[in-house]
Design a protein around this ligand. Structure first.
Ligand SMILES: Cc1ncc(COP(=O)(O)O)c(C=O)c1O
Length: 405
């Protein structure tokens, strides 16, 4: 987990003010390297850009060796292209897709990964004789909370195996070419068990498709949120599926391209949000520590009950106290961390909220008319580059699309 030193954090505060997101470039590079090293055999890494779409961050990942981008909207497709990825380096995994979005994505030359028979039939009608990928629901899911499990008995994602005959019928009717099959079981798993089960099921389904060019097993690799937590061993994940892929290849007498779509694994731990303590409210048994960030920047605790480790950088060796760390948003759920022990905070202290690199930046809002977090990229020598500026009032209002007033 990236945690800048007090001196560096203080310099960043002086230069860019708080709240501010600080991203370690070397850690981004390290995560790509770890993925590429563990999954050597014919595996391509398609970064799930929904996790963090700052083009400067994606560029670091690109230069470090990711092979492509997993997108979920037409605008993510356009952004991936603008960053420099070619159509064949982008896959689009939409859900509840309209005909017009499917058309726009297809017209960008990007392959669609389709997760319902309705969308497959509609796509086939508009674009017969076309290559597509199919997202199956392997009916095993895993993830750090129920809300982020995306496969299982009842889910909007993916096509159930019981629909296989219907899939084949649609494919035949419109002469579609199934070039890929895909699954994504959820976000934030720590053991290989469910992942391996899903891989076995998807490989079994893959036998039915003769023109396959790739099999995509999605993302979801868990990250370390707590200092005492043991990080996952990607080699275990690679080892858990290698045998099954080798058997599949032996059966087909050719090596299939394997794809993975990590999002949070590549970016979550590399980012820390620096925030200043503005207000101490001490009339309760567990005091409230008010900060200048909030759920508009870090929504995961309110949305998923997620944990973000917080350090008081101003007093790293200080005594600890149990506190509630809250933001400046007008909502009771505006917690950064609930009932956690941190070095006794005082107004003016500089806090570091760790592991905020994935989904926090992309799920930000202008709620309460507060601006997004500016982002600062930190290089190996601790030099800093502003990669997202703090918007002023006029810039924010312009982003909201209000007609003239
Ligand atoms: C289709 C797909 N692939 C990949 C991911 C990335 O998941 P994670 O960030 O947990 O690696 C997601 C996340 O929602 C997804 O929906």
């Amino acid at each position: 987990m990236y945690q800048p030193s007090f001196d560096l954090a203080q310099n960043i505060k002086e230069q860019y003010s708080t709240p501010v997101a600080v991203i370690s470039k070397p850690m981004l590079e390290e995560k790509v390297k770890a993925m590429k090293t563990a999954f050597k055999k014919n595996t391509k890494i398609f970064y799930a850009i929904k996790a963090n779409n700052n083009p400067h961050i994606v560029n670091v990942l690109k230069n470090a060796g990711i092979d492509g981008i997993d997108t979920v909207s037409i605008n993510e497709v356009k952004l991936a292209k603008k960053i420099g990825f070619t159509s064949d380096q982008i896959i689009y995994t939409g859900s509840s897709c309209s005909d017009s979005e499917m058309t726009d994505v297809h017209n960008e030359g990007v392959m669609l990964n389709i997760g319902s028979t309705s969308e497959l039939a509609r796509f086939g009608k508009i674009f017969p004789n076309t290559k597509v990928s199919i997202r199956f629901n392997p009916q095993v899911g895993d993830g750090e909370t129920a809300a982020v499990i995306t496969a299982g008995d009842s889910t909007k994602f993916g096509i159930k195996a019981s629909k296989l005959d219907e899939v084949k019928q649609i494919v035949a009717e419109h002469n579609l070419i199934i070039a890929g099959i895909h699954c994504h079981i959820g976000s934030g798993f720590y053991t290989t068990e469910q992942f391996e089960k899903a891989v076995i099921r998807i490989l079994d389904q893959a036998k039915d498709f003769a023109n396959l060019e790739f099999i995509d097993f999605g993302g979801g690799f868990g990250v370390q949120y707590k200092k005492e937590q043991t990080p996952i061993d990607l080699n275990d994940f690679a080892a858990s599926i290698e045998k099954h892929i080798a058997e599949f290849n032996a059966h087909n007498q050719k090596e299939i391209e394997v794809r993975l779509e990590p999002g949070k694994y590549l970016v979550m731990q590399a980012c820390t949000t620096l925030t200043s303590v503005t207000t101490i409210k001490d009339e309760y048994a567990i005091p409230f520590v008010g900060t200048d960030t909030g759920m508009n920047h870090i929504i995961r605790p309110a949305l998923y009950g997620s944990y973000h480790h917080v350090e008081n950088l101003s007093k790293l060796d200080g005594e600890k106290q149990k506190v509630n760390i809250v933001g400046n948003i007008c909502e009771s759920d505006d917690f950064i961390a609930e009932e956690v022990e941190i070095q006794t905070p005082a107004e003016g202290d500089l806090l570091a909220v760790l592991t905020t690199g994935a989904y926090c930046p992309t799920m930000q809002s202008f709620y309460n008319l507060r601006a997004f977090l500016p982002e600062v990229l930190v290089d190996e020598d601790n030099s800093t580059t502003l990669i997202r500026k703090r918007m002023n009032f006029d810039e924010m209002i312009n982003q909201l699309g209000f007609t003239d007033f």
